[in-house]
Structures are given as C-alpha cells and as structure tokens.
Design a protein around this ligand. Structure first.
Ligand SMILES: NC(=O)c1ccc[n+]([C@@H]2O[C@H](COP(=O)([O-])OP(=O)(O)OC[C@H]3O[C@@H](n4cnc5c(N)ncnc54)[C@H](O)[C@@H]3O)[C@@H](O)[C@H]2O)c1
Length: 363
C-alpha cells in the first residue's frame, strides 16, 4: 500500500506539530542531506517550457530512497484563479521501486523553500541580522517571513509588491500568527531594502526583471534570491552578482535557471554544501555581500518527502491507497483486470459475428 498525503493532511501535520517545529525539523533534515551530498545520484531538473510557463520533473536518489517532484511555474495563473506554483511528489524504495508515499507538495514546496533559505542564511547572513526586506508578497512570502522570524531572529520586515492586495494579504496573515514581527509596508523595492540586513526576492514574472540593482546594495547584506528560477526569468541585476559572493544549490542547474544564467560560464560560484561541509568559506567579513541564487533543487524535496513520511507514520496520518496492484501472483498482471469471464463472453460474441460474416460472404 502507498500512503497518500493531501493538502488537508499537511494542514493536520502543521496543526499538530506547529509551524516552527515543522520548519526547524525541515532545516535539520536538509542539513543532514546536504552534508552527504556525494551519496546522491543528482541531475538538473527536466523542464518543458511553454509561452505561459514551465512544467518540471525533479528526480534524485541515494542508495535507499528515490524521490521526484512534479512542479509548474505559471506566473499568470492568478488570472484564472490558480496558484503560480503547484506540486506533488513521490518517495519510493530503491531496492524494489515500490512507491511508499504520494504527497501534495504545493504547501510543502513553500515550506522547504523557506527552510532552505534559512539553512543558507544561517551560514551566510551576518549573525546579528534582524531586518529583512521581502520583495514579492505572493504565495511563498508568508513562509519565507515566518521561517526567518521563527528560526533566525528576524524581528522587522519591510515588504513591497507591485500588487498592494498581495501585500495586504501578507500583512493580515502575519499579524495573526506572528504578533512580535514588526512589519513596514513600503512604496518601492528601493525603500524596502534600505537598511535591511537580509533581502529576500520572491517575485513571479516570466521575464528578466531587475528587482535588485547594484545601487541598492549595502555592505554586509545577504541577498536571498528565490524568484529567478527559470531560463529568461531573473530578479538580480548582473552587477549585483558581480558585487557579491554567489552561492548556489547545484551548479549545473543554476547555470541554466538561476540569476547566474546572465553570467559567463566561468563566473565563480560556490555550491552551498561545501560551506556546510567546511571545505569552502561562507561569509568572510561583516561587509561582504553574499548572494544565494536559489532555484530549488531536487534534494530539498527529497528531504521534505523524507520528513513527511516520518511525520505521517508518527501521527498515523494519510490515506492508504492501492496505487499499484497487489497480487498473490506478481506475474499474473492480466488477472488484475478481472477480464477472464468477460473475455470468454467477448470471444463467444466474436465467434458468432465471424460465423455471421462468413455466412453472408458465402451467400
Ligand atoms: N527557488 C525556489 O526554490 C522556488 C520555490 C518556489 C517558488 N519559486 C519562485 O518564487 C516566485 C514566487 O512564487 P509565488 O508562488 O509566491 O508566486 P505568486 O504569483 O503567488 O507571487 C508572486 C508575487 O510577485 C509579485 N511581483 C511580480 N513582479 C514584481 C515586481 N517587479 N516587484 C515586486 N513584486 C512583484 C506579484 O505581484 C505577486 O504578488 C516564482 O517565480 C516561483 O517560481 C522559487
């Protein structure tokens, strides 16, 4: 049997364990998996592009588990009442290929992206960081704000979106759950980033946007660039990348999809797992500008699916479904169709018809 987790189950998990606990545990699972980077069979995701967006498959495995995520990115989806990003995924056993878990990953993607941002900022942002600018106040934004507030001590948020309704929604949601977070609504990106220790960009547009320009940089800033994650879709001016030290998840994928796509092939970047491992430096001075050019890598969904499997088991949550046939004789797949009686009837019908046809031809 396969366990099915729907968004309803995800809500139950978060209600039971608490959002802070879920995000903190997710960071721990991510750190465990990024620390054993070499054990994974990795590949850049497979993307099918259209005029409106992209649909991607993100597979990865270690010796025991295989996972994949299906995810889309359609920035104009809100016009037809759909989210920009929707996702689901599977966790399977490598030894037999059995699908163990089939799960919603739309809510989970928002949580794992925020947890990844925090994992990276823990190493790269200045430890005394307290103020974050949050540019783009859509579906992902509350998760980013809360992860930084709950896990990294961010207590002041400066928010901006070209759509004031998105900002109003963000502020209303956060006021409910994080009363200690001071939120300032700003009139522009430039105003929001002024004086911020961390700048998170999480905008959606199918274009090469320049949300952050070099004149907005201040010494010691950490840029958490989340929204530039597809060919032809960037958020950071090329000179922002030149001005900072750039960190990525999986370089072959980030060169295609990240803000990094604007840079020459030999532009130096550091894969974050090296910082975690200690074989590459993270922040080297309080004035250095650090940039996390986040695109979202399959390993993050691997960690998230692993956590969901463990929490579903612990809490006894999820529907048990027969996603693949369960057979007394695994080689009698045809028997699963239950056609044997039907097939006999069909054969008799066929015999009657062909006798009739033969008789007609002979007449
Ligand atoms: N790096 C990752 O791992 C990762 C994971 C999930 C989503 N994403 C990306 O993050 C982005 C946001 O996703 P979402 O689900 O929140 O989308 P969304 O459509 O719900 O929200 C995007 C918001 O950005 C705003 N926006 C667009 N252009 C802007 C601009 N120039 N200045 C300020 N605000 C602007 C929109 O008005 C909207 O409110 C998408 O591009 C998505 O692909 C990345």
């Amino acid at each position: 049997m396969t366990t099915l987790l729907t968004p309803r189950h995800l809500g139950a998990i978060v209600a039971e364990k608490g959002l802070a606990h879920c995000l903190a545990t997710l960071v721990a699972y991510l750190e465990q998996d990024f620390a054993r980077w070499g054990e994974f069979d990795k590949t850049a995701r497979v993307a099918n592009h259209s005029a409106e967006g992209v649909i991607e498959l993100m597979p990865i495995s270690d010796a025991e588990l295989y996972t994949f995520k299906y995810v889309n990115g359609h920035p104009k989806n809100f016009k037809v009442g759909l989210p920009t990003v929707m996702a689901f995924g599977v966790l399977a056993r490598v030894d037999t290929g059995t699908p163990v878990l089939l799960s919603e990953l739309t809510l989970t993607t928002a949580m794992r992206t925020a947890a990844t941002s925090v994992m990276v900022a823990k190493k790269l942002a200045r430890p005394e960081s307290r103020t974050m600018a949050l540019i783009g106040n859509g579906a992902q934004s509350e998760f980013q704000a809360l992860a930084f507030h709950l896990l990294l001590g961010i207590d002041a948020l400066r928010v901006y979106d070209i759509d004031p309704q998105a900002t109003a929604k963000l502020v209303a949601n956060l006021q409910d759950v994080a009363p200690a977070l001071r939120i300032t609504t700003c009139a522009s990106t430039a105003e929001a980033v002024r004086g911020a220790d961390i700048v998170t960009t999480v905008t959606a547009d199918k274009t090469n946007a320049t949300i952050i320009t070099p004149d907005m940089l201040e010494p010691g800033m950490h840029i958490n660039g989340v929204g530039g994650d597809c060919p032809g879709k960037t958020e950071l001016h090329a000179d922002v990348l030149r001005a900072g030290s750039v960190f990525v998840e999986y370089e072959p994928q980030s060169r295609i999809e990240g803000d990094l796509q604007q840079m020459p092939a030999d532009f130096a970047v550091t894969e974050f797992w090296r910082v975690l491992e200690g074989s590459a430096p993270g922040r080297t001075s309080p004035t250095q500008v650090t940039v996390f050019d986040s695109v979202g890598f399959a390993l993050e969904d691997f960690s998230a699916l692993r956590l969901l499997r463990d929490l579903a088991l612990e809490l006894g949550l999820g529907d048990r479904i027969s996603l693949v046939p369960e057979m007394a004789d695994p080689r009698n797949l045809f028997g699963q169709l239950g056609l044997r009686g039907v097939a006999a009837e069909a054969a008799a019908d066929l015999a009657r018809v062909s006798a009739h046809v033969r008789a007609a031809l002979a007449a």
